[in-house]
Each structure stands twice: as C-alpha cells, then as structure tokens.
Design a binder for this molecule. Structure first.
Ligand code: ASP
Length: 346
C-alpha cells in the first residue's frame, strides 16, 4: 500500500543513465521505462516514484542556462504535485547546475536532490544504484509532514552536500564531490544521519522561479606569468559585465602596476570584478596581505568562501534579474541561498 508521498525523478543525462549495449559494447542512454527493471529495490519504497525524461538527454558538458531554465520549469510545473525531486545529472557540471538551481528556485520548500554516478547504472559495480536509491529516500524524508531537506543538494557516495557549496574534485573516485567550506547535510551509513543545524529552514512562501540568466561573464584564473595583453583583451571584450578573478590563497594577486591598472580600468567602466580563491577551501580576505589590499582599494568585491561554481551561477542570476549595479554588488557579498558563510559577508 503506497502512501500519499510522491517523488519525481528528472533524468537529464550523464553516466548514471547509460547502459552497455550488448551488441556494440558502447554506452547508450537507458530507457526509463526500465527503471524498476534496473533497480528493483525502488519497488520497495512505499511511495510513488514518477519520472520525467528530457529529450534528448545530454552529457552534462553540454549543460547551459537554456537547459537550466527548462529544468527549473519542469520543477515549477510539477511542484505542487510532488513532495521532492531527484535530478539525475552528469557529474561533470553537476555543481554548476546545483548552484544555478539554488538561486533560480527562490522560496524552495521541497528537496531537489541531484545525483549521478561514476559508473553507469547498467554496469555490475555501478555506484549509481546506491546514489539513486538514497537520493530518492532523502527526497521523500519528512518530519511532521515537513521535508527534512528543503534545499538543492548533491548526493554522492554517502554524503548529502549543499549544492552551491560543492565542487567536483575527482574524475575517478566514487567520492567525486567535496564541500570543504560547509559541513555535510547528512552522512549515510546504516542510518541516514541528518545534520539538522546545517540544513536550511523552510520559509513556507510560494515558489518563485527566476529563469533569466546573463552569461556575459568570464573567469580569469591567475597564474605566475599572466600576460598583460591577454588580460587586457579579456577585459575589453564587448559586452563583458563581470569577471570572477580566481586569486591565490586568501585572495591575493600580483600588485604590479599594469595589473592593478587594467583591473581598475575595467571597474571604472562598470565591470564587476569578484575575487574568489583558487584554493579548495578557505576564504578571500582582502587586506590580510599587501597583495590583496590594492584589490580592495580599487573596488574588487570579495566573494568570501564561495566556490567558483556558485560565483558563476550567482553572477548570472544577479545580472539577469537586477539592473541597479550597487544592488548587484551588495547582494554578491550576502548569502542568498546559503552559498557564503556569514562571517565572510561584508
Ligand atoms: N561526462 C559525464 C557527464 O557529466 C560524466 C558523468 O556523468 O559523470 O555527463
């Protein structure tokens, strides 16, 4: 006997949904009608699991804001009918999609759990089976009729992580994702142990979807030897609205005159320069070292402990939905979806 709980599984593509074609030996997308055939354990859940399949399904390297808008639209369209959503997605850009959805789905009060796998579901040792089953269980989890995890998350290899805090860190290990600056929302072993203090509280307001995203941004990753002419060409690109400057350590950059002048010139023209560290963990602290103090003086904005993935999504969302530049700059330094820690806000 099934309960009233219903979960929608949304299949976008990626390794998890592939099976080996017995005749040709190549990986082909998996027919969703065979879902229960591939994972009979799903039948044991006492709730309804429906699915929505994108056509065509994509390798997540082809993910883009147009697809994100469609994905957010599917969630919006089915929001009232379902208690939670599981998004099957390639692992390569999963952290970007999770970050984007966290800004696009405002007032989200239901779980949206992204998962995937390193080995296709149809292979014997696939990590996809456990990832998929546990993601469904987490999406359906409730306490007193309220979802336990009303936010956008990534579930992978025994850990539930806040989506906009997560990075793909390994192309081979089953534990492909890490959230260094924010604790896991749940650890999964014999029991699913939720870290309730780290999970966002629902606000019970109506879901509002923001699908307009502006892509006129760039990431500039610093390295010793960065070239003035090339940096100038990037900063002079027509239409450029913002760059993410991936800096060294706690937000440091060369203090050579030409470098500061180029950034200052861009900022004066109205281009946002957002400082994000290239380190996996820790935060930008402009002013700690002389090599970052100049950045602050010329108007570079601190991204605190945000991941580059969250920074990309946040800039696209803010530039796509706000016109007042001062407001955009202010919001960049504030947590909008738990993507930046309070102690690193301005
Ligand atoms: N290239 C695949 C993708 O991101 C890899 C994966 O699914 O893990 O779609």
């Amino acid at each position: 006997m099934k309960t009233n709980t219903a979960i929608l599984v949304i299949y976008t593509g990626g390794t998890i949904g592939m099976i080996m074609d017995k005749e040709t030996g190549v990986l082909i997308p998996f027919n969703f009608d065979n879902l229960y055939h591939q994972i009979p354990a799903l039948e044991l859940f006492n709730f309804v699991i429906d699915h929505y399949c994108f056509d065509p399904v994509i390798d997540s390297s082809n993910m883009d804001p147009v697809f994100w808008a469609k994905l957010a639209g599917v969630i919006e369209e089915h929001y009232e009918r379902y208690d939670g959503f599981v998004v099957l997605h390639g692992s390569d850009t999963m952290a970007f999609t999770a970050s984007a959805l966290s800004f696009m789905l405002q007032n989200l009060n239901k779980p949206v759990i992204l998962t995937g796998s390193q080995l296709p579901l149809g292979t014997i040792r696939s990590d996809g089976r456990e990832n998929f089953i546990t993601a469904v269980e987490i999406a359906a989890a409730k306490t007193d009729d309220t979802p336990v995890v009303p936010e956008v998350c990534i579930y992978f290899e025994n850990r539930l992580l806040r989506g906009n805090r997560t990075r793909k860190v390994n192309a081979e290990h089953f534990g492909a994702f890490k959230s260094v600056n924010y604790p896991a929302l749940a650890e999964v072993g014999v029991h699913i142990r939720y870290n309730h203090n780290a999970i966002r509280k629902p606000n019970f307001r109506k879901l509002k979807v923001y699908s307009s995203l502006n892509t006129e941004i760039a990431i500039v990753k610093l390295f010793p030897g960065i070239n003035a002419k090339i940096l100038d060409a990037i900063l002079s690109a027509e239409g450029l609205r913002a760059i993410i400057l991936e800096t060294f350590g706690a937000g440091n950059a060369p203090d050579a005159g030409w470098f500061i002048d180029l950034l200052h010139g861009a900022i004066t023209k109205g281009i946002i320069v957002l400082n994000i560290t290239q380190c996996q963990g820790g935060a930008v602290e402009m002013g700690k070292y002389a090599t970052s103090a100049r950045l602050r003086e010329i108007g570079v904005i601190s991204g605190g402990d945000m991941t580059p993935e969250a920074a990309v999504a946040k800039l696209m969302y803010l530039l796509g939905n706000f016109t007042d530049m001062e407001e955009i700059k202010r919001l960049l330094t504030k947590p909008l979806a738990g993507e930046i820690s309070e102690q690193h806000t301005n």
